[in-house]
Design a protein around this ligand. Structure first.
Ligand code: SAM
Length: 253
């Protein structure tokens, strides 16, 4: 992965994850003077929303991917950005008032360990939260793409698989020892100037969708492009909705 990965991520998923971050911050409502950990920060969609609320001194971020860590450090000078994994967070117990992980749990090799670590580094009375696009009932940001891919090839699977259901998230949170667990649906709307505006980021090679597209020849790519177009409102501009499950917990005082 190169620094370009951060730019591509932003153009592809960032336009969805930035409004989602705003919704997550609204939900957990961190207060001035509090310290918040952003786990799996990527190039910084949630980091940015937290910095706007708390200033750089209130935000610590961590991600395993070096280009994302570099991008987050460059974008948010003064924010402590670490390179590391959720499953072994390099922080003392009770270091934060809140620990949040947006669109990360399905990437963790051991999600229960990752969520348990988030609870360990959060002080008694503090809040932990994690969100994932609702790939179960949807719509998610990629729903039109996978619907089109399945139409052309019924075996096509929508990433990221079974972790993205509400019950699975609740189960993981319970097994990680989160208490007072609640779930909420977060909804975002993203505006697109045209179909090409929607389509172009899929050609950047990000994630399983980028891989799928790259594996097709020109004709296959054009068929998929047309099938996606049929899933979306004709012409433009138009708006798409995506919904995410968010699970929150409280650390026993
Ligand atoms: C879909 S991105 C989400 C980035 C950011 N939170 C956002 O909302 O835009 C998933 C991120 O999880 C990170 N990641 C993958 N495995 C991880 C792990 N085990 N612990 C922490 N982060 C991880 C990836 O490097 C990537 O930045």
């Amino acid at each position: 992965m190169s620094f370009q990965a951060a730019e591509s991520y932003d153009r592809f998923m960032g336009r969805w994850s930035r409004p989602l971050a705003a919704e997550l911050v609204r939900l957990v409502d961190p207060q001035q003077g509090q310290r918040v950990l952003d786990v799996g920060c990527g190039p910084g969609s949630l980091t940015g929303a937290l910095v706007s609320r708390l200033g750089v001194a209130g935000v610590v971020a961590i991600d395993p991917a070096a280009p994302f860590v570099a991008a987050a450090r460059e974008r948010f000078a003064g924010v402590e950005v670490h390179q590391g994994w959720a499953e072994s967070l390099p922080f003392d117990d009770d270091s934060f008032d809140l620990a949040l992980a947006q669109l990360v749990v399905h990437f963790m090799t051991d999600p229960v360990a990752g969520l348990r670590e988030m609870a360990r580094v959060t002080r008694p009375g503090g809040v932990v939260a994690t969100s994932l696009w609702d790939h179960d009932t949807g719509p998610g940001p990629l729903t039109p793409f996978w619907a089109a891919a399945r139409q052309l090839s019924p075996a096509a699977q929508e990433a990221p698989g079974p972790t993205a259901t509400r019950d699975r998230l609740l189960d993981l949170a319970g097994r990680a020892g989160w208490r007072d667990v609640e779930h909420t649906v977060l909804s975002v709307h993203v505006a697109f100037g045209s179909f090409d505006d929607w389509w172009e980021p899929f050609t950047l090679g990000v994630g399983p969708m980028g891989d799928r597209l790259a594996a097709l020849d020109d004709e296959g790519r054009e068929r998929l492009r047309r099938a996606c177009q049929e899933q979306l409102p004709a012409g433009g501009p138009f708006e798409c909705e995506a919904r995410a499950w968010c699970v929150t917990g409280r650390i026993p005082a």
